[in-house]
Design a protein around this ligand. Sequence first.
Ligand code: KMT
Ligand code: NI
Length: 179
Amino acid sequence: MVQAWYMDESADDPRLPHRAEPSRPVGLEQLRRLGVLYWKLDADKYENDPELEKIRKERNYSWMDIITICKDKLPNYEEKIKMFYEEHLHLDDEIRYVLDGSGYFDVRDAEDQWIRIFMEKGDMITLPAGIYHRFTLDDKNYVKAMRLFVGDPVWTAYTRPADHLEARGQYVRFLAQTA
Ligand code: KMT
Ligand code: NI
């Protein structure tokens, strides 16, 4: 199942796990209350997978591409890695399906604490519009992921603070409702 936990406060290398001690694991239900959706799929079948097709159809994830994040394959690697790890939000859902390798998505909970979600081959996630989040590779420095989108992709990231945006206001109201 999903591997997620509250982070420690250490300013050490972000690519380390940063598990709080004593450990505070986070489950699917807690993620769901933050609007974060998670699926486990068979990534070996991603090119022809009825389960993936069902999710895409039900949630209108019509657009997709595949990104490989590693030093030798991603243009402007250092700059992009830095941007991914800056706390930000988007006006639309961020949907990722890890096909190979691994990394961490960090999301803020309702009390503004960081939850770290370990994403490896077969893990698919949707981060809701308006949630503050960030991404980092782990110590293996490699991930290949499908990026999905409802309609035509908009990649604009709004660095925190972005509380004036309507997408943020909507998300904060969603949090209050599910609390
Ligand atoms: C993003 O927007 O943070 C990315 O696309 C990088 C992570 S993809 C596993
Ligand atoms: Ni993002």
